[in-house]
Design a protein around this ligand. Structure first.
Ligand SMILES: [Zn+2]
Ligand SMILES: [Zn+2]
Length: 156
């Protein structure tokens, strides 16, 4: 089975446009991306973290947190946080109330685009080529839910 690992690496550096340009909160000049998820103002020298930098820093300080909490604490949009989840750059902690959904079957996953089951099916249909970075992980537990339903029942 061929495993393609390099492909997604490019996508990870392919930041959304709105993250490329940032306005300096001090003087309003256009800040430039320097390194380490930071922007620097060419006029006053002020540095600011990129949205991903903010999320990353928040998670490093607080441990894994649900998207809604990240959104509240960092002011980074849910849309962008979801994108980070889809890209596997961050993940929803196990035991959360809300997860992202597999784009094929809608089951809960913690990051990525597809659940392992769907990825396996996709892999079979495309001659065994797997895009590992698209595979997410299913949560083993869900907050406030004691119901364990079997995948088998849904397949029919
Ligand atoms: Zn400035
Ligand atoms: Zn699925």
């Amino acid at each position: 089975m061929a495993v393609q690992k390099g492909k997604k690496q490019d996508a990870k550096h392919n930041l959304p446009k709105y993250e490329r340009v940032k306005e300096c909160p001090a003087c309003g000049a256009s800040m430039q991306y320097i390194f380490g998820e930071q922007f620097q103002c060419p006029k006053c020298g002020r540095t600011e973290l990129s949205d991903f930098g903010k999320v990353k820093q928040f998670l490093e300080e607080n441990g894994p947190q649900p998207a809604i909490i990240i959104n509240q604490e960092t002011k980074v949009s849910i849309e962008y946080i979801n994108l980070l989840l889809r890209q596997g750059r961050i993940e929803v902690p196990d035991g959360s109330e809300i997860y992202i959904k597999c784009q094929k079957c809608g089951t809960d996953i913690r990051y990525g685009r597809y659940c392992p089951d769907c990825m396996l099916k996709i892999a079979k249909s495309v001659n065994g080529v797997m895009w590992m970075d698209d595979v997410g992980e299913k949560p083993t537990r869900k907050a406030g839910s004691e119901m364990h339903y079997l995948d088998r029942m849904k397949r029919g």
